[in-house]
Write a protein that binds this ligand. Structure first.
Ligand SMILES: C[S@@+](CC[C@H](N)C(=O)[O-])C[C@H]1O[C@@H](n2cnc3c(N)ncnc32)[C@H](O)[C@@H]1O
Length: 233
């Protein structure tokens, strides 16, 4: 996939518009763009870094899953969430991302625990390998869906959610809310409210929890998110 990005630089005080990683200067593939973002910055300086992903863990705990449950973290990047899920005792964690560089960094930070995780490099908007995984007990997306600005990409993404969450399974979405920035990592954002996610997921998914959360970037700038938890009937 080719994307056309403008060379807007990242001004951390520019609350309404940009955020976090280096903006792209020319047309690049999405994968190259994200690989560059991860390779050019220490993890704890990325504009979405969390030392402890408290809000996500809180929603995971509400699901009351068994340790054998399959948890799929989409757009995992270098998140600390994977390490904490292992620490809590989950044995079937899958980390997927379009950026192989990010997953390689995450593997290094996990050390030997990397072998406890299943790794999948794939594009959520043009899935190949992900089409073949068995349905999971929990789908976790933090700060990924909001990058899908093309309606056809969102259609593919939500189709994957519908087919890859088990009946009785759960899905967590944590995205920029309607007060959020309009760009992140040099890319435009499609922002969400709880109602938008409810409408988009349809009757099969029941909303079981939702809250707004202000995330503070490493720079100190605020980024408002909406966190939602759904159960599939
Ligand atoms: C803002 S980062 C969030 C990373 C992680 N979820 C976290 O909370 O730390 C967005 C992530 O989505 C991944 N991503 C973006 N577009 C993607 C796509 N089409 N398919 C799969 N992953 C994608 C990026 O590589 C990046 O790791």
């Amino acid at each position: 996939m080719k994307i056309n990005l403008t060379g807007e630089s990242c001004h951390i005080d520019d609350k309404g518009s940009s955020c976090c990683a280096p903006a792209a200067e020319e047309e690049k593939s999405l994968k190259e763009h994200w690989n560059k973002a991860y390779l050019n910055s220490p993890d704890d300086k990325l504009g979405w870094y969390e030392a402890f992903p408290e809000e996500t863990i809180c929603l995971v705990e509400k699901c009351n899953l068994s340790p054998d449950s399959v948890i799929l973290n989409v757009g995992a990047g270098t998140t600390t969430l994977i390490g904490f899920l292992l620490l809590i005792g989950y044995k079937n964690v899958i980390a997927t991302d379009i950026s192989d560089a990010s997953l390689n960094k995450l593997k290094i930070s996990l050390g030997d625990d990397k072998d406890k995780v299943k790794w999948i490099v794939d594009d959520l908007t043009r899935p190949t390998l992900l089409n073949h995984i068995a349905p999971v007990d929990l789908w976790i997306d933090r700060a990924v869906l909001h990058f899908f600005t093309a309606p056809e990409d969102r259609d593919t993404y939500f189709g994957l959610v519908r087919s890859k969450v088990k009946k009785g399974g759960f899905a967590i979405f944590a995205e920029y809310n309607l007060d959020g920035a309009s760009k992140c990592a040099g890319l435009p954002i499609h922002r969400y409210s709880t109602e938008m996610l409810v409408r988009r997921l349809g009757n099969e998914f029941e909303l079981t929890g939702s809250f707004d959360h202000i995330y503070f970037m490493p720079s100190g700038a605020e980024r408002p998110y909406v966190y939602t938890l759904f159960k599939k009937s």
